[in-house]
Design a protein around this ligand. Structure first.
Ligand code: EPZ
Length: 421
């Protein structure tokens, strides 16, 4: 497992943001809804993307992936409908193959994703939504087995104890587009990635209104065409590079980004003292010499994204005062606290609350990456800490950040990857 060696760095210049992993994954699943040719551009070359492509191949698709463009053809072989545990367990988002497989083949067998370090990751809302559309669903030996003679539109309330669910909304949308009649999804997720999925499905011939709002209305159609679509910019990667600039007191520009997807993040960083120069598809950040402490709560979009919580915490470790982070989406998403405290941070956790006592300095150490966004948080802390930080198990970061060390080095960061046997 590779490791990163990171030293205290100053950043300058500009960096281009890649396509959004969390937009690409559901759209790739949506190609299961058609036998026609599908082309998806600006797809980031990530472990999670390659896992999804492997799953599509297992399900009978012919795949090519070159220079960010994925071309998907149907092999015409008997449609397969099992997404195996060996692949699903490595990437939870594979579960959003269930809806399209069921809608296209009237049957689907997808391994339950299980939990991960950020929390239990239940799928009750996915199952509830598909059952409302008329699916018969059984759980057997860790697999979710779904079948339906035909799917019929329904009025579905999809809110859970933590609010809306991104991939449950995606799963139900993809099943509903081929269901007979009208489906109304209430308490739908409003993330930009759901809007992107809705636009892609409409390009394939689906009849959808309201994507990006809490109420999505879908009028089922008999079949869908192919797709030629470009993936939207990755708002979480963008926020990660802004955090890297903030923590190193650097001024940089991030390019090929949609600032409208980052309102809550920009607001929080402005409260921390950052000044932004926003253009059509770029954001310049002027970082403060002293970081002001803030209180932030993670919420479903357009609230502050849980996927930026760890990165912001790293910045707040250097603030002049005490900050608070409340994690309302995944109350256990705090694996990075212990590692940051090993670097000399002063963070106390109580349930979904983290109190961060800003310090003047953190000290490099050997730290362990535990999940995708926590790994990014450790890189950010390492860029501002004294001496050398060694981050072990960086395959976590490879799941969600395309060429991150190359992009950071291009900005002047002292970071290198050490290949481990
Ligand atoms: C998506 O996961 C993202 N992944 C996650 O990003 C992100 O953290 C999450 O949305 C929240 O924004 C992808 O898009 C591939 P949820 P998803 O269903 O859809 C609970 C990353 O770092 N819930 O919106 O799986 C759940 O436990 C990843 O890129 C239920 O209770 O998340 C959580 O508390 C990590 N029942 C809350 O809802 C369900 O059936 C939101 O989860 C489903 C979810």
């Amino acid at each position: 497992m590779d490791k990163f060696i990171v030293y205290n760095s100053k950043l300058k210049g500009d960096v281009t943001i890649s396509g959004a992993k969390n937009a690409a994954l559901p759209i790739l699943s949506a190609t299961l809804l058609t036998d026609k040719l599908c082309v998806l551009k600006n797809v980031p070359d990530l472990l999670d993307i390659r896992t999804m492509l492997k799953i599509l191949q297992t399900l009978g698709k012919e795949i090519s992936f070159k220079q960010g463009t994925v071309v998907i053809k149907s092999t015409g072989k008997r449609e397969k409908y099992t997404a195996p545990y060996s692949l699903v367990r490595t990437m939870r988002a594979s579960f959003c193959c269930l809806g399209p497989l069921l809608a296209k083949n009237r049957k689907a067998k997808v391994a339950l994703p299980g939990g991960c370090v950020i929390g239990p990751r239940p799928v009750d809302l996915h199952i509830k939504g598909l059952m409302k559309l008329g699916a018969d669903i059984k759980i057997n030996k860790g697999y979710c087995i779904a079948s339906a003679k035909k799917l019929k539109g329904a009025h579905i309330y999809l809110g859970g104890q933590f609010g809306s669910s991104v991939l449950a909304t995606a799963n139900v949308m993809m099943a509903a587009v081929l269901s007979k009649g009208i489906t109304i999804i209430e308490h739908a997720a409003c993330e930009p990635e759901i809007i992107a999925l809705g636009i892609a499905l409409k390009k394939m011939g689906a009849n959808i209104e309201g994507e990006g709002t809490p109420i999505i209305t879908i009028n089922g159609v008999d079949c869908l065409n192919g797709l030629d679509e470009t993936v939207i910019p990755d708002r979480i990667e963008a926020a990660t590079f802004l955090a890297a600039a903030l923590v190193t007191r650097s001024d940089i520009t991030i390019k090929k980004v949609n600032f409208k997807h980052l309102t809550a993040v920009l607001e929080a960083m402005e409260n921390m003292g950052a000044v932004f120069n926003i253009k059509e598809d770029s954001i310049g950040i002027k970082s403060p010499k002293v970081i002001t402490p803030v209180s932030v709560t993670t919420l479903p979009y357009p609230g502050f994204p849980t996927d930026v919580q760890a990165q912001l915490m790293s910045c707040l470790c250097f603030a002049k005062g005490i900050s608070m982070i409340t994690e309302k989406i995944y109350p256990d998403r705090f694996m990075h606290i212990a590692e940051l405290n090993r670097m000399g941070a002063g963070i106390q956790r109580s349930g979904p609350y983290a109190i961060i006592e800003g310090r003047r300095r953190l000290f490099g150490a050997e730290v362990m990456a535990s999940d995708l966004r926590a790994s990014a948080a450790l890189v950010i802390a390492g860029l501002a800490a004294e001496d050398k930080t060694e981050i072990l198990r960086v395959y976590h970061i490879d799941r969600g950040y395309e060429y991150i060390e190359t992009k950071l080095r291009h900005l002047g960061a002292k970071v290198k990857r050490v290949k481990q046997k």
